[in-house]
Design a binder for this molecule. Structure first.
Ligand code: LLP
Length: 431
């Protein structure tokens, strides 16, 4: 569910007409709905009410400090993957003591910064990393809190670039080796404090089964770690998928009611129904690291149509956003529903073609060979479900300034990141 919809024939976010934003701030621009962030967070939080849990929002999905602040106000902790993300959390008013630090390649500088800030826990991905964290903590005369990430060797059934829980992936410590790794910490690494166990099998999971399978696989391990090392938490990672297909309609109850059981997306309620009974008897704090579920449907990327072209075999609409602004279609063949600002432009879809950006690459497209909305130069469209892994993956490729980000809340909106200027573009460079 989200808060993008047509009102009086024009596309709105909450109570704000999107064209009132583009009139002032131009395009390409990311527009987020504060209420959608709140709803998703609270829905997941409520679904898990039966167990002691903490949501550690995966900052990588959307790291604007206004968004982090909003989530912190709701009570969220944060899952970070770099010192830069920790810096952002702190800048947003968040507390390092509610941050977990994941990632296979933390640098010494990053580890030292996180130790100095007093994070809750490092989620450690190799024995070698454990040894480095141990020696850096020892040099400071402190103990570093650690959890080991187990690779359960489970197929998440998602895109191969975002599947992380198979033995051939670079993530975590092999299931067969994990007990030995904990024993090594306890026997030899005295500047580490064992806090928990972590697992994350992949992103954009649309079925509950792989989660169930992975949790079932590690349950006896978790019980053993609780008995032997008195761990305080078990993190089950992120990965709950969202609806991309028909994303606009999916914001409405009527759409939901029409879906069959097979069509219905993985919901927090179903996730909780299957996972909570497995976790509750453990009597541990359960951490979750959702990114996409919280942010994905809370944002759109809006763009203006620049040109029309009818080629020999196809029609094109050139827009002013490109793969540098939203790379998901190019990188994962990710689908984002394309919705015109004016509802009337949906009605007579007759033309098959591509919507493409200005970048000099054939991979710079937002859709290919689909029925195009009836748009021409000067018209606007929204790329739906772009709130997660949209702006955070944007780059300056082709020396294109990063887009504006705007947060809508009810009747109001504010700029939460200004469009980059040419001066920003060359900042730090010299001749
Ligand atoms: N925890 C860990 C350790 C992760 O690696 C990730 C995502 C998450 C949590 C959050 O997963 P989520 O709940 O958002 O699925 N750029 C890709 C997604 C990459 C996900 C990377 N790790 C995309 O646009 O689809």
């Amino acid at each position: 569910m989200h808060h993008f919809h047509y009102k009086n024939e024009s596309l709105h976010c909450e109570n704000v007409d999107l064209s009132s934003i583009t009139d002032t701030y131009g395009t390409p621009t990311y527009i987020y709905s504060a209420q959608t962030f709140r709803d998703s967070y609270q829905r997941l939080d409520k679904a898990l009410a039966e167990i002691d849990h903490e949501i550690s929002y995966a900052v990588k999905a959307n790291s604007n400090i206004a968004i982090l602040h909003l989530l912190k106000e709701l009570g969220s902790g944060f899952d970070i993957v770099s010192a830069g993300e920790l810096y952002r959390v702190i800048a947003a008013g968040g507390d390092a003591a509610h941050c977990t630090f994941a990632g296979v390649g933390k640098t010494d500088e990053e580890i030292n910064y996180a130790l100095d800030q007093g994070i809750y826990c490092f989620n450690v991905e190799s024995i070698h990393e454990l040894e480095v964290i141990n020696s850096l903590a020892k040099a400071k005369g402190i103990k570093a809190p650690v959890a080991l990430r187990v690779n359960p060797n489970v197929d998440a059934k998602t895109h191969k670039y975002i599947s992380t829980g198979k033995a051939e992936n670079k993530f975590g410590i092999d299931f067969e080796a994990i007990e030995g790794a904990y024993a090594h910490v306890a026997a030899n690494l005295d500047s580490l404090e064992i806090k928990g166990l972590q697992m994350h099998i992949g992103s954009q999971l649309t079925q509950v089964k792989p989660f169930e399978e992975a949790v079932n696989k590690v349950l006896s391990l978790v019980r053993m770690l609780k008995d032997t090392y008195a761990i305080e938490f078990f993190s089950i990672g992120g990965g709950i998928g969202i609806v991309y297909e028909d994303a606009l309609a999916s914001g409405q109850q009527s759409w939901w009611d029409k879906q069959t059981d097979e069509q219905r997306p993985l919901t927090p309620e179903l996730y909780a129904e299957r996972i909570v009974p497995l976790l509750k008897p453990l009597g541990l704090k359960i951490l979750l690291e959702p990114g996409r579920f919280i942010a994905g449907n809370a944002g759109v990327l809006v763009t203006e149509c620049l040109y029309e072209k009818s080629g020999k075999s196809k029609s094109f609409r050139m827009v002013d956003a490109a793969m540098n602004d939203l790379i998901r279609p190019a990188l994962y063949e990710g689908y984002h529903q394309i919705v015109p600002f004016k509802q009337s432009q949906i009605s007579d879809k007759t033309l098959i073609g591509d919507i493409v950006g200005p970048i000099c690459e054939t991979g710079d497209f937002f859709c290919q060979s689909v029925e195009l909305p009836n748009i021409e130069r000067g018209d606007y469209i929204a790329l739906m479900s772009a709130g997660a892994y949209g702006f955070t993956m944007a780059s300056n490729y082709n020396s294109r300034p990063l887009p504006t980000e705007i947060l809508v809340d009810g009747d109001e909106f504010k700029v939460i990141r200004k469009r980059q200027t040419f001066t920003d573009l060359i900042a730090g460079e010299s001749v």
